[in-house]
Write a protein that binds this ligand. Structure first.
Ligand SMILES: [Fe+2]
Length: 193
């Protein structure tokens, strides 16, 4: 068996990121649809556009390396997306809790990507692949920005809304009655759009 090199590892991790970004382009529209807060919805929409650019950038990096981007499935991203879908299913009826959960799921994704891009950039630089490293750095900055925007939204109002609940905001008592609470959420949903 041939000895693996750092460049082999770089290419393998780039394939992982390529798969992760592609999976994300399919998952983000569902998160846009599920989000209740308009700012969060817009944030996800914006990041969907950025994610498509991230796929293009990776394609460009593979062209420079004269390698094929296909051939690997990012299992971690598959799992993170699955967890996000579970949050959507579980908190469908509780708009503010759902938004807080969606932010948590999205931040896990961002942190995963940040660590992946951080490593491939460091290796590319060591290998003298300056052009490739520069392209990847642009994406890393996008991911960091997305992460801090999510933190701002969470600490700004979404976590607080999740604590008090939309029913309480409306000046009503919290209720365990399913019908009652889903009505409250419907009102909160139409209010935010
Ligand atoms: Fe990305």
């Amino acid at each position: 068996m041939m000895q693996e090199t750092l460049k082999d590892l770089l290419i393998s991790e780039l394939k992982d990121l390529y798969s992760a970004e592609n999976q994300l382009t399919k998952a983000l529209p569902k998160m846009v649809k599920a989000a209740n807060c308009e700012q969060l919805q817009k944030g996800f929409e914006g990041h969907l556009q950025k994610t498509k650019q991230h796929v293009e950038r990776l394609t460009k990096v593979f062209q420079l390396l004269k390698k094929d981007p296909a051939g690997k499935k990012c299992m971690a991203m598959e799992g993170l997306i699955k967890e996000g879908e579970e949050v959507i299913e579980k908190y469908e009826e509780d708009s503010s809790i759902l938004d807080a959960g969606l932010i948590c799921a999205a931040q896990k994704v961002e942190h995963y990507e940040i660590s992946g891009y951080g490593s491939v950039i460091a290796w590319a630089e060591l290998l003298g692949l300056t052009k490739e490293a520069e392209i990847l750095k642009e994406t890393l900055e996008d991911e960091k920005e997305a992460n801090s925007n999510l933190t701002e939204l969470a600490t700004g109002h979404i976590n607080k809304a999740a604590l008090t609940g939309p029913d309480k905001e409306d000046g009503m008592e919290m209720s365990n009655d399913k019908e009652f609470s889903s009505q409250g959420n419907k009102r909160a949903k139409s209010h935010s759009r």
